[in-house]
Write a protein that binds this ligand. Structure first.
Ligand code: ADP
Ligand code: GLC
Length: 479
């Protein structure tokens, strides 16, 4: 089977979050099931710089008023189609924001162009290759199924995956005439309370919808988590699937990770200690026997970082230390930097995006705190499991589906892999930390949990199979 995946980021070329990890790792697992994925990605400067030996696979003379090319290239085992459209993508800043931290003002056009290029490939723009199915991710590629629906060529089956419903690609209705769609598309799909929503449009016309965990698939049917789209999703409930993410088990392998101080596995956990020492020194923290907690995260409201800021004094008072790696909302950064200056030697923070350091954090800290208010899947808790780092997570979304709480029964059954807490409030988190301190002092139980976590199946294996059967169902329905 041939699949065109359309996405706005992909590890290792360009990453702002878990979406990139998924888009980069899933094709490798799908390949084991005979699925050939080609991924269409914008030609941001970082992408253009990294790729070599490209072949011009197609020229698009009028991509929303701009000439563009599609370059085919292999990169680190991935089969890429890069949308070379300098007017849209050759500029400083990140994929979505400029150097000043503001959204690029023409994001509506940049990602409509990406989506349209996807639809042109679906319609046969590449000589000798046409997909059987198109898989799009989040709002940035959500218009691909729309352009496919309103094209003259027969429509291929499409799947849209929601990685985060908080980002919907909502723009003023005045852009509509520039999208190159027939007038009736507005009322049929794009209109959203007098504006245009790319995500809503994609959810309306794609043949199937998925999100990245079973719990989140249920949550987004409710007003609390649906963020206004719960009605649209409810109308598509029969076509909605929840498939939990896996991780790239080669990039994230404590037994062979060049980015950590000492390799280890479940059978020689003692060797993990050298990583704790390295991490402690990296952050200039005190060296003692107490637990070292960590955070690796975007610093946003979604991630519950304000809750952490509220409990940090108690964490320190109980003898804990905290290392934070993250960037995000300036207020949250400041709150944590203040905590670090209040508690020198006990709390430290690196305000950066630092992939190598994120590996050492997983390998060297005792527990990773993930206090998210909502979490479609979450990947950091999966890396933590693999690295013998105990995840302390909010009971929501994918965190709920991937971590087994250390309640009495789970401990007795040797099934526990972490700590879950609910409600997701500062008090809830405080209680969870108290439990963590108690468990940490019980060395036998703690190391049993570490080993159990390291045995958890966090690979793409089963989830890739679920995608394959969904793809197959869609393709056979479409025939
Ligand atoms: P989200 O996509 O919502 O940010 P995920 O847990 O799915 O959450 O994925 C986050 C990804 O980004 C993980 O791979 C995590 O390790 C990485 N990450 C987040 N913040 C940082 C950071 N400051 N430095 C390095 N990696 C980070
Ligand atoms: C989003 C979600 C996160 C998920 C990731 C990859 O960024 O916030 O929970 O793990 O996408 O699917």
């Amino acid at each position: 089977m041939k699949v065109l995946s359309v996405a706005s980021e992909m590890y290792p070329l360009v990453k702002t979050g878990g979406l990139a990890d998924v888009v980069g790792a899933l094709p490798l697992s799908l390949r084991l099931h005979g699925v050939e994925t080609r991924t269409l990605l914008p030609g941001y400067p970082a992408v253009m710089k990294a790729i070599r030996d490209t072949v011009v696979a197609a020229t698009l003379p009028d991509l929303l008023g701009v000439e563009a090319r599609i370059l085919a290239v292999q990169h680190e085992g991935l089969d890429l189609l890069v949308l070379d459209a300098p007017a849209y993508f050759d500029r400083p800043g990140g994929p979505y924001i400029d150097t000043g931290g503001k959204d690029h003002p023409d994001n509506w056009k940049r990602f409509a162009a990406l989506s349209k290029a996807g639809a042109e490939i679906a319609a046969g723009a590449l000589r000798g290759w046409r997909p059987d199915l198109v898989h799009v991710h989040d709002w940035q590629s959500a218009l691909t199924p729309i352009y496919m629906r309103y094209a003259e060529t027969p429509e291929l089956p499409s799947l849209i995956t929601i990685h985060n419903i908080a980002f919907q690609g909502q723009f003023p209705a005045t852009i509509f005439p520039e999208l190159g769609l027939p007038q009736h598309a507005y009322w049929e799909a794009l209109e959203y309370y007098g504006t245009i929503s790319y995500l809503k449009a994609g959810l309306t016309v794609s043949h199937a919808l998925s999100t990245v965990s079973p719990s989140y698939a249920e949550e987004i049917l409710t007003p609390e988590f649906g963020m206004g789209l719960e009605g649209v999703i409810a109308s598509r409930a029969a076509d909605l699937y929840g498939i939990v993410n896996g991780i790239d088990a080669v990039a994230w392998n404590p037994a062979g990770d060049g980015l950590i101080a000492s390799d280890f596995n479940g059978a020689n956990l003692k060797k993990r200690a050298a990583n704790k020492v390295a991490l402690t020194r990296h952050f200039g923290l005190d060296e003692d026997d107490g637990p070292l907690f960590s955070i690796v995260s975007r610093l946003t409201w979604q991630k519950g970082i304000d809750l952490l800021a509220e409990v940090v004094d108690e964490l320190v008072a109980q003898g804990g230390r905290l290392a934070v790696l993250g960037t995000g909302d300036p207020e949250l950064e400041t709150a944590l930097l203040d905590a670090a200056s209040r508690h020198r030697g006990r709390v430290a923070m690196t305000v950066a995006y630092n992939e190598p350091l994120s590996h050492l954090m997983q390998a060297g800290s005792d527990a990773l705190i993930v206090p998210s208010r909502f979490e479609p899947c979450g990947l950091t808790q999966l890396y933590a499991l693999r690295y013998g780092c105990i995840p302390i997570v909010a009971r929501t979304g994918g965190l709920n589906d991937t971590i087994i709480d250390a309640n009495e029964a789970a401990i007795a059954a040797k099934a526990a892999t972490g700590i879950q807490f609910s409600p997701v409030t500062a008090d809830g988190l405080r209680q969870a930390l108290r439990r963590a301190f108690r468990l940490y002092r019980d060395e036998k139980t703690w190391s049993q949990m570490q080993k159990q976590g390291m045995k958890s199946d966090v690979s793409w294996g089963r989830s890739a199979e679920r995608y394959v059967s969904l793809y197959e169902r869609l393709v056979s329905k479409g025939q």
